[in-house]
Design a protein around this ligand. Structure first.
Ligand SMILES: Cc1cc2nc3c(=O)[nH]c(=O)nc-3n(C[C@H](O)[C@H](O)[C@H](O)COP(=O)(O)OP(=O)(O)OC[C@H]3O[C@@H](n4cnc5c(N)ncnc54)[C@H](O)[C@@H]3O)c2cc1C
Length: 462
């Protein structure tokens, strides 16, 4: 032991990075933690993924805020590892690195027509309505009928956001440009498609039930989609959550007897897989193939095709992580290869001393925010065990933040701090207060940065 604190850099200030920092700071180790975040705002997908009409989930931000407010974890915002500083530089200056960079893009959908301009990744739409500074400020909401491919919560989020009337979103923190965009939308019907049956959908019960509570939006389901094979029965019998989901879907089916009068509809289709997106230059429809359960919960195409007239297709078939240049990455699984959070030099490879991973980059883009906490616990336990085994502190010249601050200033990187985030947060809340809302997000990165750094800015919000 060199008599100085262990210098640890955490990359990514989403829930995984914040929880890992918190758990590590409460361990027995004498540790100094620097939390690097590429955006001027912390909280990752809680701010830029969770839908704005989920304020209860956004409350998790309060717990994350309370961790960072303590001041024993140094937030270094507006610094992208792999761009503003290299992974190698970070590795050189810290005893240990925890990668917590999450997942930021969509899995591709490989079917004919997927290259048409109105085929969108769900993440891009989510970034637009959540006001991510690095993504589009306008969104082409021209379609009356839309297909959403995928039956997870992201598919529910985007279907809800596409159909919900903007007046029902005004209590939320949506940016002004999003409100204006949604007001112009002519949408009437969203068709959500899943390949498998009711027992295989990935929705969680609360989110599925919530769909039926959106004002002036009817849920339409189809009796022929309610099929169960042996594996389905087993899944429903062995999982309370699956049972709840199937019960809610059954309630929607029973509800079909009621007259439907809403001006917008969400159709939940199951046992259909996309075969082709129709149209030469623009999306004019989608061809779906009916599937049949095979007994083990898997499906096969039946050769029966159904065309739906839609003018846009959203693929919500899963998020996918991006690599940090210079850091190990498993291209196939889209994760940093690791064993219990200890980074390895490849799938089933050797452990790389002093390198760790946590959150969605560690285990793939599945699981709610809560699961990033238990995940961080495992990673930090292994880091602490490695320290106790004398594996860290391999060199004595890591200077952590002192070296990095000089390096960032030398490069003119306008990094932001926790105090800076508090300034930006106060600004957003003030904007919100003027409009009778809790907050209005600042989207423009330059404005976010300038406000955080106490610099002059032109007040441009998006
Ligand atoms: C659309 C959507 C809706 C969701 N809704 C819910 C919900 O309602 N309830 C719920 O419990 N869960 C929800 N989730 C899941 C939840 O968001 C995740 O479980 C959680 O955010 C994963 O945490 P993470 O820290 O691993 O990744 P992230 O939240 O993605 O955080 C990663 C952070 O790393 C930063 N970063 C990335 N690369 C770099 C780099 N090179 N240098 C520096 N920083 C970097 C990113 O900017 C980001 O801030 C939702 C997810 C999505 C996609």
């Amino acid at each position: 032991m060199s008599g100085r604190p262990l210098q640890v850099a955490v990359i990514g200030a989403g829930p995984a990075g914040i929880y890992a920092s918190d758990i590590l700071s409460k361990s027995d180790l004498d540790v100094s933690i620097d939390l690097y975040e590429k955006l001027p705002a912390p909280y990752g997908l809680v701010r830029y993924g969770v839908a704005p009409d989920h304020p209860r989930i956004k409350q998790i931000i309060k717990a994350l805020y309370n961790i960072l407010k303590r001041g024993d974890i140094r937030l270094v915002g507006n610094v992208e590892v792999g761009k503003d500083v290299s992974f190698a530089e970070l590795h050189e200056h810290y005893d240990a690195i925890i990668i917590a960079t999450g997942a930021d893009r969509d899995r591709p959908l490989n079917i004919p027509g997927a290259q048409l301009p109105e085929v969108y990744g769900a993440s891009q739409f989510v970034y637009w309505y959540d006001g991510h500074p690095d993504h589009k400020r306008t969104w082409p909401l021209n379609a009356k009928e839309v297909a959403v491919i995928g039956v997870g919560n992201v598919a529910l989020d985007i279907s809800r956001m596409l159909t919900k009337h903007p007046d029902d979103l005004m209590v939320t923190e949506i940016p002004e440009n999003v409100e204006q965009g949604l007001r112009r939308s002519p949408i009437t019907d969203v068709h959500v498609f899943g390949r498998r049956g009711p027992a295989q959908v990935k929705f969680t019960p609360m989110e599925l039930r919530e769909l039926g509570e959106v004002p002036d939006v009817d849920i339409i389901v189809y009796e022929e989609d309610y099929q169960y094979d042996e594996a389905s029965e087993e899944a429903v019998n062995s999982s309370k959550m699956k049972r709840q989901v199937v019960n809610i879907l059954t309630d929607y089916l029973l509800d079909q007897a009621e007259e439907k009068t809403a001006s917008r509809r969400i159709h939940l289709h199951m046992l259909q897989q996309p075969a082709k997106i129709l149209g030469e230059k623009h999306v004019e429809g989608i061809r779906m193939e009916r599937t049949a359960l095979q007994g083990d919960g898997s499906v096969k195409g039946t050769g029966e095709f159904i065309d739906y007239p839609v003018q846009a297709v959203y693929r919500a078939v899963g998020y996918f992580s991006s690599p940090i240049p210079g850091a190990p990455f498993d291209e196939k699984r889209g994760i940093v290869p690791n064993s219990g959070g200890r980074v390895t030099d490849g799938p089933d490879g050797e452990v790389l001393t002093g390198m760790y991973a946590t959150g969605w980059i560690k285990r793939g883009p599945v699981g709610l925010i809560g699961s990033t906490k238990s995940d961080a616990q495992e990673t930090v336990n292994n880091l602490v065990a490695d320290f106790n085994a004398g594996l860290l502190h391999a060199t004595t010249n890591q200077l952590g933040w002192h070296a990095m601050e000089n390096l960032l200033n030398g490069r003119g990187v306008r990094f932001t701090t926790w105090k800076g985030w508090e300034l930006l947060e106060a600004y957003e809340k003030e904007l919100g207060a003027k409009a009778g809302r809790e907050r209005i997000k600042v989207v423009e990165r330059e404005t976010m940065t300038a406000i955080s750094r106490g610099e002059k800015h032109d007040g441009k919000l998006y």
